[in-house]
Write a protein that binds this ligand. Structure first.
Ligand code: SF4
Length: 250
């Protein structure tokens, strides 16, 4: 079930939103104070959040993020440990060749196309950027296989820019709380840019991604143990799982 369907199916959700209109500055989204509260809580729990992809430099980060599309970070890490031991620069990747890359990443979904893109982007990095990863979104998205989300991850992690990479987890969490609503990742990204206080901008995408991955899950959000439950307007909140009843056997 999609998030939008979940919300449409919840009469309590719409009832609560309209009931709250008189009490809150903005019934549709969290107030500025509540947004700050969200990030203060996430910061207190994890002051220096990190992504889970493994890399050794900006180039291998870029390749890892390209490989992570529609794949888990754990699955990507398993393949890239061997890949990056052999090729941690565009030059070494070209020397490995498309067949070599394909063989090392064949456990990752869409590996044929991804291997092709890794070779093409390595070639372009050498030809257009002297082998270095550019710290510029426009330049990054000109590379084969690199979209806005990948560029934002690289700019944030490798270059310390306060970009917000909207993946499926962050998209869901932002719409549920809601901090910024949108029907496309770009709408949510721009909404978050307007709403997240500067002090929390650098790490906000990591906090929200990790929150969505481990607590605010797509099918069964774990609201009973969520540190944001008092602030979040998503309804109905999930109760704790019922303990299994003992089974009696004769
Ligand atoms: S209370 Fe539930 S829906 Fe709201 S952020 Fe937490 S886990 Fe997600």
């Amino acid at each position: 079930m999609t998030d939008s369907k979940m919300q449409k199916k919840s009469p309590r959700a719409s009832g609560r939103a309209s009931a709250g209109a008189g009490r809150r500055q903005d019934a549709a989204t969290l107030t500025d104070c509540e947004v700050r509260d969200v990030f203060e809580r996430l910061h207190a729990l994890n002051p220096e959040p990190k992504g889970e992809l493994e890399y050794v430099n900006a180039y291998t980060l870029l390749v890892a993020v390209v490989l992570s599309a529609q794949a888990t970070d754990a699955g990507v890490n398993k393949a890239t440990r061997k890949l990056f031991a052999l090729a941690d620069t565009p030059e070494k990747m070209l020397a490995l060749g498309e067949d070599g890359v394909r063989d090392l990443i064949k456990t990752i979904g869409l590996f044929r196309n991804k291997a092709k893109n890794v070779i093409l982007l390595s070639r372009r990095l050498i030809d257009a950027f002297a082998g270095a990863v550019p710290a510029d979104r426009e330049a990054l998205v000109s590379l084969p296989g690199v979209g806005r989300k990948t560029a934002n991850v690289v700019l944030n992690i490798a270059f310390g820019q306060p970009t917000i990479a909207v993946d499926t987890h962050l998209f869901r969490v932002s719409n549920r709380l809601p901090i910024a609503r949108g029907t496309t990742p770009e709408q949510v990204e721009h909404g978050l840019e307007r709403r997240v206080p500067d002090a929390f901008r650098l790490h906000c995408h990591h906090w929200l991604i990790l929150h969505g991955r481990y607590i605010c899950k797509a099918q069964k959000p774990e609201c009973w143990r969520c540190p944001l439950a008092e602030i979040c307007r998503f309804e109905p909140k999930s109760p704790p799982p019922r303990p299994k009843s003992p089974s009696y056997t004769a």
